[in-house]
Design a binder for this molecule. Structure first.
Ligand SMILES: NC(=O)C1=CN([C@@H]2O[C@H](COP(=O)(O)OP(=O)(O)OC[C@H]3O[C@@H](n4cnc5c(N)ncnc54)[C@H](OP(=O)(O)O)[C@@H]3O)[C@@H](O)[C@H]2O)C=CC1
Ligand SMILES: O=C1OC[C@@H](O)[C@H](O)[C@H]1O
Length: 366
């Protein structure tokens, strides 16, 4: 069977665009993938020099990759099948909408938009232009996550009861410029939008996607935010989700911080008959441990599973995008539109309770 080639146009040349493109250049055979391959055909930046420098640095100066000094030229390029968007949160809506209107398939970094209203508007355009669209929630596609999901669904641990998940990062907020995307409210700064998708994705995998939950949304959401006096964005955010509307009765306790390092606690999923423990960093964990309880409630067995592969882990989502586009699908079965929408609705509610409003004009749709 001939492998399907997906031709990518890259929007922006920052940190995550670098990680993603490096992974696109990893031979899929190293992860035992033989049905799809990836080709970077164009890179768009706000300056042509940066686009060319990116190609020189990341892709060894590959002459077949076009360097554009605007994003619009990438959207218009006939050789591009799919656009990858790696700009700051507050640009996602505009960039994705422009790509969709140009008839391109889109993979857009997390958080997919600033709010649920922007996403609804974007999804209407996706439908109208009949293109594929996905938020780049890469963790959902990693082999470890697929194994954890299989273990949960197989049911030997019983029902999930409580999930704890944290993602923190030390962004050195006392010393970075207030224009850094993590501090600047005009770039959607703060912990929730940047780090919140990761604790949330584990709650979605373990609770929302649990077979007994029948894809019911949380019946209750609480959120509280501690702001930094530097720019008033959320420095520490805690939020809880209660699932109780179907056969599942479970809670998720989720936290994220921009002034702590990314070490433990990671993720702990507590079931009736055991635990799944996933050490940090929870966006790309490399191992998990399953503990099983005996009759008296003590731990009678512990199994550690380790996952290794070539690359950073962003290529698994790229393979899914390629297969979807090859097969004419408009959304992914693993991280489809409704999950991104649930994420944005939860974030809207947590920001509402936490008292975090963006500066006027930042949200393109309200
Ligand atoms: N999936 C993951 O693991 C990660 C995802 N992310 C997500 O990716 C997005 C970008 O993050 P990151 O790569 O760290 O950010 P960077 O600041 O490193 O890069 C963002 C890039 O976007 C472009 N850009 C366009 N408009 C602006 C603007 N107004 N201000 C600054 N840059 C702008 C620039 O590229 P150019 O000048 O070439 O146009 C810039 O290099 C965020 O939404 C974040 O949540 C971030 C890190 C990890
Ligand atoms: O997606 C992300 O994962 C890792 C973090 O360090 C980064 O800020 C965030 O955007």
């Amino acid at each position: 069977m001939n492998a399907y080639t997906l031709r990518w146009g890259i929007i922006s040349t920052g940190k995550i665009a670098t990680c993603f493109v490096k992974d696109l250049l990893v031979d899929p055979k190293t992860r035992d993938v033989h049905d799809v391959v990836h080709k970077v055909v164009a890179v768009g930046s706000r300056t042509t020099e940066k686009a060319q420098d990116f190609i020189d640095t990341i892709a060894g100066g590959d002459k077949s990759i076009k360097a554009y000094g605007s994003y619009e030229e990438v959207y218009a390029d006939k050789d591009v099948d799919a656009i990858y968007i790696g700009t700051p949160h507050t640009s996602h809506y505009d960039n994705a909408l422009a790509a969709v209107k140009a008839g391109k398939n889109v993979l857009c970094e997390k958080p997919v938009t600033c709010n649920a209203a922007e996403l609804r508007s974007l999804l209407a355009a996706v439908k109208e232009h009949d293109v594929f669209f996905m938020e780049a929630l890469w963790t959902r596609f990693q082999p470890l996550t697929l194994e954890v999901k299989k273990l949960i669904d197989e049911g030997s641990l019983g029902a999930p009861v409580v999930l704890h998940a944290d993602l923190s990062g030390d962004f050195d907020i006392q010393n970075i410029p207030t224009t850094h995307r993590i501090l600047d409210p005009a770039l959607g700064g703060g912990a929730l939008l940047d780090l919140g998708p990761y604790p949330l994705i584990w709650a979605i995998v373990a609770l929302y996607e649990h077979p007994s939950n029948k894809l019911s949304g949380p019946s209750n959401i609480t959120g509280t935010m501690l702001k930094t006096p530097i720019t008033n964005v959320d420095r520490n955010t805690s939020f809880t989700l209660t699932f109780s509307s179907s056969e599942l009765a479970a809670q998720a306790i989720l936290t994220c911080s921009i002034n702590l390092n990314a070490q433990q606690p990671g993720v702990v999923i507590r079931f009736e008959r055991g635990n799944i423990i996933i050490p940090a960093p929870i966006y790309c964990p490399k191992e998990f441990t399953v503990q099983r309880f005996g009759m008296n409630g003590g731990i009678v067995s512990e199994e550690r599973r380790v996952f290794q592969y070539v690359g950073g882990g962003w290529h698994f989502q790229a393979d899914d995008v390629a297969r979807c586009i090859r097969d004419g699908k408009k959304e992914s079965a693993l991280w489809g539109h409704s999950k991104s929408l649930l994420e944005m609705e939860i974030f809207d509610e947590v920001r509402r309770q936490g008292g975090y409003s963006f500066p006027a004009g930042i949200e393109r749709v309200v």
